[in-house]
Design a protein around this ligand. Structure first.
Ligand SMILES: Nc1nc2c(ncn2[C@@H]2O[C@H](COP(=O)(O)OP(=O)(O)O)[C@@H](O)[C@H]2O)c(=O)[nH]1
Ligand SMILES: [Mg+2]
Length: 320
Protein backbone atom coordinates (compact mmCIF):
# COMPACT_ATOMS: atom_id res chain seq x y z
CA UNK A 1 0.00 0.00 0.00
CA UNK A 2 1.29 3.49 -0.82
CA UNK A 3 2.02 6.06 1.88
CA UNK A 4 -0.98 8.09 0.67
CA UNK A 5 -3.34 5.13 1.07
CA UNK A 6 -1.99 4.35 4.50
CA UNK A 7 -2.55 7.96 5.58
CA UNK A 8 -6.09 7.94 4.20
CA UNK A 9 -6.70 4.83 6.29
CA UNK A 10 -5.42 6.75 9.31
CA UNK A 11 -2.38 4.58 10.03
CA UNK A 12 -0.36 6.30 12.73
CA UNK A 13 3.05 5.10 11.59
CA UNK A 14 2.35 6.45 8.09
CA UNK A 15 1.20 9.79 9.51
CA UNK A 16 4.35 10.05 11.61
CA UNK A 17 6.53 9.20 8.62
CA UNK A 18 4.74 11.74 6.41
CA UNK A 19 5.10 14.55 8.96
CA UNK A 20 8.81 13.83 9.26
CA UNK A 21 8.99 14.03 5.49
CA UNK A 22 7.30 17.44 5.22
CA UNK A 23 9.48 18.81 8.00
CA UNK A 24 12.68 17.62 6.34
CA UNK A 25 14.96 20.08 4.56
CA UNK A 26 16.69 17.44 2.38
CA UNK A 27 16.17 17.97 -1.36
CA UNK A 28 14.99 14.38 -1.99
CA UNK A 29 12.51 14.57 0.84
CA UNK A 30 11.21 17.91 -0.40
CA UNK A 31 10.36 16.43 -3.79
CA UNK A 32 8.68 13.41 -2.23
CA UNK A 33 6.83 15.67 0.18
CA UNK A 34 5.49 17.86 -2.65
CA UNK A 35 4.11 14.80 -4.42
CA UNK A 36 2.57 13.48 -1.23
CA UNK A 37 0.83 16.74 -0.34
CA UNK A 38 -0.48 17.27 -3.86
CA UNK A 39 -2.17 13.86 -3.65
CA UNK A 40 -3.49 14.39 -0.13
CA UNK A 41 -5.19 17.71 -0.92
CA UNK A 42 -7.33 15.82 -3.42
CA UNK A 43 -8.67 13.86 -0.44
CA UNK A 44 -9.62 16.48 2.10
CA UNK A 45 -11.14 15.47 5.41
CA UNK A 46 -13.50 17.45 7.59
CA UNK A 47 -11.19 18.65 10.35
CA UNK A 48 -11.44 21.94 12.17
CA UNK A 49 -8.09 23.54 12.89
CA UNK A 50 -7.76 25.43 16.14
CA UNK A 51 -4.76 27.56 17.11
CA UNK A 52 -3.70 28.19 20.69
CA UNK A 53 -1.47 31.12 21.32
CA UNK A 54 -0.33 32.93 24.45
CA UNK A 55 2.69 33.87 26.50
CA UNK A 56 4.92 31.13 27.90
CA UNK A 57 3.55 29.82 31.20
CA UNK A 58 -0.12 30.69 30.69
CA UNK A 59 -0.86 26.99 30.40
CA UNK A 60 -1.18 26.30 26.66
CA UNK A 61 0.23 22.79 26.86
CA UNK A 62 -1.75 21.95 30.00
CA UNK A 63 -4.93 23.30 28.43
CA UNK A 64 -4.38 21.35 25.23
CA UNK A 65 -3.89 18.15 27.19
CA UNK A 66 -6.92 18.80 29.38
CA UNK A 67 -9.23 19.94 26.59
CA UNK A 68 -7.81 17.22 24.37
CA UNK A 69 -8.64 14.43 26.78
CA UNK A 70 -12.12 15.92 27.22
CA UNK A 71 -12.68 15.76 23.45
CA UNK A 72 -11.22 12.29 23.12
CA UNK A 73 -13.62 11.03 25.80
CA UNK A 74 -16.38 12.37 23.56
CA UNK A 75 -14.99 10.15 20.77
CA UNK A 76 -13.44 12.91 18.68
CA UNK A 77 -10.17 12.19 16.86
CA UNK A 78 -7.59 14.78 17.74
CA UNK A 79 -4.27 15.75 16.17
CA UNK A 80 -1.92 18.02 18.10
CA UNK A 81 0.95 19.94 16.58
CA UNK A 82 2.74 21.31 19.58
CA UNK A 83 5.88 23.31 19.90
CA UNK A 84 8.55 22.30 22.31
CA UNK A 85 9.98 25.60 23.52
CA UNK A 86 12.55 23.97 25.78
CA UNK A 87 14.60 22.94 22.78
CA UNK A 88 14.97 26.59 21.82
CA UNK A 89 17.10 27.08 24.90
CA UNK A 90 19.02 23.86 25.00
CA UNK A 91 19.23 22.93 21.35
CA UNK A 92 18.07 19.46 22.28
CA UNK A 93 14.69 18.04 22.98
CA UNK A 94 13.66 17.98 26.59
CA UNK A 95 10.83 15.82 27.80
CA UNK A 96 8.82 18.68 29.33
CA UNK A 97 5.74 18.85 27.12
CA UNK A 98 5.94 15.23 26.07
CA UNK A 99 5.63 13.92 29.61
CA UNK A 100 2.71 16.17 30.32
CA UNK A 101 1.01 15.22 27.10
CA UNK A 102 1.71 11.56 27.77
CA UNK A 103 -1.75 10.71 29.05
CA UNK A 104 -3.51 11.52 25.81
CA UNK A 105 -0.59 10.54 23.60
CA UNK A 106 -1.31 6.91 24.51
CA UNK A 107 -4.85 7.21 23.25
CA UNK A 108 -5.64 5.60 19.88
CA UNK A 109 -7.64 8.66 18.81
CA UNK A 110 -4.90 11.22 19.32
CA UNK A 111 -1.81 11.95 17.35
CA UNK A 112 0.75 14.30 18.87
CA UNK A 113 3.76 15.79 17.18
CA UNK A 114 6.01 18.03 19.19
CA UNK A 115 8.30 20.15 17.06
CA UNK A 116 11.27 22.12 18.37
CA UNK A 117 10.58 25.82 18.06
CA UNK A 118 14.21 26.35 17.08
CA UNK A 119 14.63 27.47 13.48
CA UNK A 120 11.46 29.34 12.82
CA UNK A 121 9.91 31.81 15.20
CA UNK A 122 7.35 30.25 17.48
CA UNK A 123 7.75 26.88 15.84
CA UNK A 124 5.16 27.47 13.16
CA UNK A 125 6.26 27.00 9.59
CA UNK A 126 5.24 25.84 6.14
CA UNK A 127 5.81 22.31 7.46
CA UNK A 128 3.18 22.84 10.16
CA UNK A 129 0.67 23.67 7.48
CA UNK A 130 1.51 20.49 5.59
CA UNK A 131 1.38 18.42 8.78
CA UNK A 132 -2.16 19.74 9.26
CA UNK A 133 -3.04 18.66 5.71
CA UNK A 134 -1.80 15.15 6.52
CA UNK A 135 -3.87 14.94 9.70
CA UNK A 136 -6.90 16.30 7.86
CA UNK A 137 -6.67 13.63 5.16
CA UNK A 138 -6.15 11.02 7.86
CA UNK A 139 -9.62 11.79 9.23
CA UNK A 140 -8.97 13.80 12.38
CA UNK A 141 -11.88 15.86 13.69
CA UNK A 142 -9.76 18.54 15.34
CA UNK A 143 -6.24 19.69 14.72
CA UNK A 144 -4.71 21.77 17.49
CA UNK A 145 -1.76 24.00 16.80
CA UNK A 146 0.14 25.45 19.73
CA UNK A 147 2.33 28.49 19.24
CA UNK A 148 4.16 31.02 21.36
CA UNK A 149 2.49 34.36 20.94
CA UNK A 150 5.15 36.51 19.40
CA UNK A 151 4.71 38.82 16.42
CA UNK A 152 5.31 37.06 13.14
CA UNK A 153 4.66 33.56 14.45
CA UNK A 154 1.26 34.63 15.68
CA UNK A 155 0.34 35.83 12.21
CA UNK A 156 1.60 32.60 10.68
CA UNK A 157 -0.34 30.51 13.18
CA UNK A 158 -3.50 32.57 12.65
CA UNK A 159 -3.13 31.81 8.96
CA UNK A 160 -3.13 28.09 9.62
CA UNK A 161 -6.36 27.73 11.55
CA UNK A 162 -10.12 28.11 11.35
CA UNK A 163 -10.31 29.38 14.91
CA UNK A 164 -7.54 31.25 16.62
CA UNK A 165 -7.55 31.48 20.39
CA UNK A 166 -5.51 33.42 22.86
CA UNK A 167 -4.91 31.79 26.22
CA UNK A 168 -4.22 34.15 29.09
CA UNK A 169 -3.57 33.78 32.78
CA UNK A 170 -5.34 35.52 35.66
CA UNK A 171 -4.46 39.20 35.96
CA UNK A 172 -2.65 39.50 32.69
CA UNK A 173 -2.85 43.24 32.31
CA UNK A 174 -0.10 43.26 29.72
CA UNK A 175 -2.13 41.04 27.47
CA UNK A 176 -5.03 43.46 27.74
CA UNK A 177 -2.79 46.13 26.33
CA UNK A 178 -2.02 43.79 23.49
CA UNK A 179 -5.71 43.31 22.87
CA UNK A 180 -5.89 46.79 21.44
CA UNK A 181 -2.96 46.14 19.16
CA UNK A 182 -2.58 43.11 16.95
CA UNK A 183 -4.21 40.25 18.74
CA UNK A 184 -7.87 41.25 18.41
CA UNK A 185 -7.51 41.05 14.68
CA UNK A 186 -6.49 37.43 14.92
CA UNK A 187 -8.05 35.95 18.02
CA UNK A 188 -11.58 34.60 17.77
CA UNK A 189 -11.73 33.41 21.33
CA UNK A 190 -10.04 34.38 24.58
CA UNK A 191 -9.52 31.61 27.10
CA UNK A 192 -8.74 32.75 30.63
CA UNK A 193 -7.00 29.77 32.22
CA UNK A 194 -6.20 28.85 35.85
CA UNK A 195 -9.67 29.65 37.21
CA UNK A 196 -9.06 27.46 40.26
CA UNK A 197 -7.93 27.69 43.88
CA UNK A 198 -6.47 31.01 44.94
CA UNK A 199 -6.45 32.26 41.37
CA UNK A 200 -10.15 31.74 40.75
CA UNK A 201 -11.31 35.23 41.71
CA UNK A 202 -8.57 36.96 39.78
CA UNK A 203 -9.32 34.83 36.73
CA UNK A 204 -12.98 35.84 36.82
CA UNK A 205 -11.96 39.47 37.05
CA UNK A 206 -9.61 39.08 34.10
CA UNK A 207 -12.36 37.44 32.07
CA UNK A 208 -14.69 40.35 32.90
CA UNK A 209 -11.98 42.83 31.87
CA UNK A 210 -11.60 41.08 28.53
CA UNK A 211 -15.32 40.96 28.07
CA UNK A 212 -15.66 44.70 28.57
CA UNK A 213 -12.73 45.44 26.26
CA UNK A 214 -14.38 43.35 23.59
CA UNK A 215 -17.50 45.49 23.79
CA UNK A 216 -15.62 48.16 21.92
CA UNK A 217 -14.63 45.81 19.17
CA UNK A 218 -17.06 44.73 16.52
CA UNK A 219 -16.83 41.49 14.60
CA UNK A 220 -14.73 41.83 11.47
CA UNK A 221 -15.64 40.58 8.05
CA UNK A 222 -13.52 37.50 8.63
CA UNK A 223 -14.83 36.44 12.00
CA UNK A 224 -17.92 35.93 14.08
CA UNK A 225 -18.14 37.89 17.32
CA UNK A 226 -15.34 37.23 19.75
CA UNK A 227 -15.89 35.23 22.92
CA UNK A 228 -14.30 35.13 26.34
CA UNK A 229 -14.21 31.90 28.35
CA UNK A 230 -13.08 30.93 31.80
CA UNK A 231 -11.41 27.54 32.32
CA UNK A 232 -9.23 25.55 34.63
CA UNK A 233 -7.01 23.15 32.77
CA UNK A 234 -5.96 21.49 36.01
CA UNK A 235 -9.53 20.86 37.17
CA UNK A 236 -10.80 20.38 33.60
CA UNK A 237 -13.63 22.90 34.00
CA UNK A 238 -15.11 25.09 31.29
CA UNK A 239 -14.28 22.57 28.56
CA UNK A 240 -17.92 22.12 27.56
CA UNK A 241 -18.18 25.88 27.06
CA UNK A 242 -15.07 25.92 24.87
CA UNK A 243 -16.36 23.00 22.79
CA UNK A 244 -19.78 24.58 22.25
CA UNK A 245 -18.26 27.95 21.42
CA UNK A 246 -15.89 26.46 18.86
CA UNK A 247 -18.69 24.47 17.25
CA UNK A 248 -20.95 27.53 17.17
CA UNK A 249 -18.33 29.80 15.62
CA UNK A 250 -17.52 27.18 12.98
CA UNK A 251 -21.17 26.74 12.16
CA UNK A 252 -21.80 30.52 11.93
CA UNK A 253 -18.69 30.99 9.80
CA UNK A 254 -19.65 28.18 7.47
CA UNK A 255 -23.12 29.61 6.92
CA UNK A 256 -21.85 33.13 6.28
CA UNK A 257 -19.05 32.02 3.97
CA UNK A 258 -16.37 33.31 6.34
CA UNK A 259 -15.01 29.80 6.82
CA UNK A 260 -14.26 29.32 3.11
CA UNK A 261 -13.08 32.92 2.69
CA UNK A 262 -10.58 32.47 5.48
CA UNK A 263 -9.25 29.26 3.98
CA UNK A 264 -8.75 30.86 0.59
CA UNK A 265 -7.13 33.96 2.10
CA UNK A 266 -4.82 31.62 3.98
CA UNK A 267 -3.89 29.76 0.84
CA UNK A 268 -2.96 33.08 -0.78
CA UNK A 269 -0.96 34.02 2.32
CA UNK A 270 1.08 30.79 2.26
CA UNK A 271 1.79 31.00 -1.45
CA UNK A 272 3.24 34.50 -0.99
CA UNK A 273 5.01 33.48 2.19
CA UNK A 274 6.69 30.52 0.49
CA UNK A 275 7.71 32.58 -2.56
CA UNK A 276 9.21 35.18 -0.20
CA UNK A 277 11.01 32.40 1.65
CA UNK A 278 12.56 30.98 -1.51
CA UNK A 279 13.68 34.38 -2.78
CA UNK A 280 15.24 35.17 0.58
CA UNK A 281 17.12 31.89 0.62
CA UNK A 282 18.38 32.45 -2.92
CA UNK A 283 19.53 35.97 -2.04
CA UNK A 284 21.33 34.76 1.06
CA UNK A 285 23.11 32.02 -0.85
CA UNK A 286 23.97 34.60 -3.53
CA UNK A 287 25.50 36.94 -0.99
CA UNK A 288 27.41 34.12 0.72
CA UNK A 289 28.82 32.69 -2.50
CA UNK A 290 29.89 35.91 -4.20
CA UNK A 291 33.35 37.02 -3.01
CA UNK A 292 33.19 40.25 -5.06
CA UNK A 293 30.73 41.68 -2.57
CA UNK A 294 33.34 41.95 0.18
CA UNK A 295 35.55 43.98 -2.15
CA UNK A 296 32.66 46.21 -3.14
CA UNK A 297 31.78 46.80 0.49
CA UNK A 298 35.43 47.58 1.19
CA UNK A 299 35.38 50.28 -1.47
CA UNK A 300 32.66 52.02 0.55
CA UNK A 301 34.69 51.67 3.74
CA UNK A 302 37.74 53.19 2.07
CA UNK A 303 35.72 56.04 0.57
CA UNK A 304 36.19 54.99 -3.08
CA UNK A 305 32.50 54.40 -3.68
CA UNK A 306 29.25 55.60 -2.16
CA UNK A 307 27.03 53.31 -0.16
CA UNK A 308 24.04 53.82 -2.46
CA UNK A 309 25.99 53.05 -5.62
CA UNK A 310 27.37 49.90 -4.03
CA UNK A 311 23.93 48.73 -2.94
CA UNK A 312 22.66 49.28 -6.51
CA UNK A 313 25.60 47.35 -7.94
CA UNK A 314 25.17 44.42 -5.57
CA UNK A 315 21.43 44.31 -6.29
CA UNK A 316 22.09 44.26 -10.04
CA UNK A 317 24.47 41.35 -9.65
CA UNK A 318 22.08 39.43 -7.40
CA UNK A 319 19.09 39.95 -9.67
CA UNK A 320 20.95 38.23 -12.48
N1 LIG B 1 -3.48 26.59 38.85
C1 LIG B 1 -3.37 26.25 37.58
N2 LIG B 1 -2.14 26.10 37.03
C2 LIG B 1 -2.06 25.76 35.72
C3 LIG B 1 -3.22 25.53 34.92
N3 LIG B 1 -2.82 25.24 33.68
C4 LIG B 1 -1.47 25.26 33.69
N4 LIG B 1 -1.01 25.56 34.91
C5 LIG B 1 0.40 25.65 35.33
O1 LIG B 1 1.05 26.67 34.61
C6 LIG B 1 2.39 26.30 34.31
C7 LIG B 1 2.69 26.46 32.83
O2 LIG B 1 1.93 25.53 32.09
P1 LIG B 1 2.28 25.13 30.60
O3 LIG B 1 1.15 24.29 30.11
O4 LIG B 1 3.63 24.54 30.48
O5 LIG B 1 2.27 26.56 29.88
P2 LIG B 1 2.69 26.95 28.38
O6 LIG B 1 4.08 27.50 28.44
O7 LIG B 1 1.73 28.04 27.98
O8 LIG B 1 2.57 25.74 27.50
C8 LIG B 1 2.56 24.88 34.82
O9 LIG B 1 3.19 24.92 36.06
C9 LIG B 1 1.14 24.37 34.95
O10 LIG B 1 0.99 23.39 35.93
C10 LIG B 1 -4.52 25.67 35.56
O11 LIG B 1 -5.59 25.49 34.97
N5 LIG B 1 -4.51 26.04 36.88
MG1 LIG C 1 3.86 24.73 26.15
Amino acid sequence: MSLVDKILKGERAAIAKAITLVESSRENDKQESKELISKLILNPGHSVRVGFSGSPGVGKSTFIESFGSYLVKKSFKLGILAIDPSSQLTGGSILGDKTRMSEISKNENTFIRSTPSRGSLGGVSFGTREAAIILDSAGYDFIFIETVGVGQSEIMAANLVDIFSLIVGPGSGDELQGIKKGITEYADIFIVNKADGDLKLQASKTAADYQSSLHYLSASETSASKKVMLVSSLEQTGMDDVTTTIQEIISINKKSGIFEKRRSDQLAYWIKEEVRNHIQQKVETGIRENDQFEEMINSVLTGKETMHNTIDLILKKLMK
